[in-house]
Design a protein around this ligand. Structure first.
Ligand SMILES: [Zn+2]
Length: 202
């Protein structure tokens, strides 16, 4: 079997009671067969690509390809052909591959997000400084005071800035951070991190 090639499959068959066989001259034994060629990869159908047809006589077994049909038969062929679509299984391989790839990527993205989040949450330690977004392009700093199981205490800064923070900031300056601890739940931290509102700064 070829790795990738196409093969025909019959999608429809109709008897033509009024047609006389051009070879054995018997009437009513001629059937029209409609085929769909589909591409397959290692025998797994990927997608359909072309419809075709032929007539076959049961009596003398003679087959005539649609390309050789006389004009009146060609019209009937076009009419019959339009009734038959490719079956779902002709798409089986390509649909399965798409589902697999999408699932795989979703799992990877989800796992990556979880790792990043866990890394972020475990990095919350006393004295670590975070850049906190107050509104669009307006920021301040938070310094972590202490960390509990589900909550974090921090010292907010009175300092606020827009855009990029200045290079030299004296975080150790007196009054840079408020001396009163504020409570923040880790779940809030998580939400803010996911919304890119909070980032580790130093
Ligand atoms: Zn015949």
């Amino acid at each position: 079997m070829k790795i990738f090639s196409s093969k025909p499959s019959q999608v429809g068959k109709e008897n033509l009671p009024d047609v006389t066989c051009a070879y054995c001259h018997q009437k009513g034994n001629v059937d029209m067969h409609i085929f769909y060629r589909y591409y397959h990869l290692f025998g797994i159908p990927m997608f359909p690509h072309r419809r075709g047809g032929a007539i076959m006589c049961h009596n003398c077994k003679h087959v005539t390809n649609a390309k050789l049909f006389p004009i009146d038969l060609k019209e009937r062929y076009l009419e019959i052909k339009s009734k038959y679509k490719a079956p779902w299984w002709h798409y089986f391989g390509s649909v399965s591959i798409t589902i697999l790839v999408v699932s795989f990527l979703s799992i990877r993205i989800f796992a990556y997000g979880t790792i990043t989040l866990n890394k972020f949450l475990s990095s919350i330690k006393p004295n670590v400084i975070y850049k906190y977004s107050l509104s669009k392009k307006k920021y301040t700093f938070w310094k972590i005071a202490r960390v509990n199981k589900d909550s974090v205490y921090y010292f907010p800064s009175n300092y606020q800035f827009s855009g990029t923070p200045p290079k030299e900031i004296d975080f150790s300056a007196e009054d840079f951070f408020d001396s009163t601890e504020r409570l923040y739940l880790k779940s809030e931290f998580k939400t803010d991190f996911e919304a890119s509102k909070i980032k580790k700064y130093k």
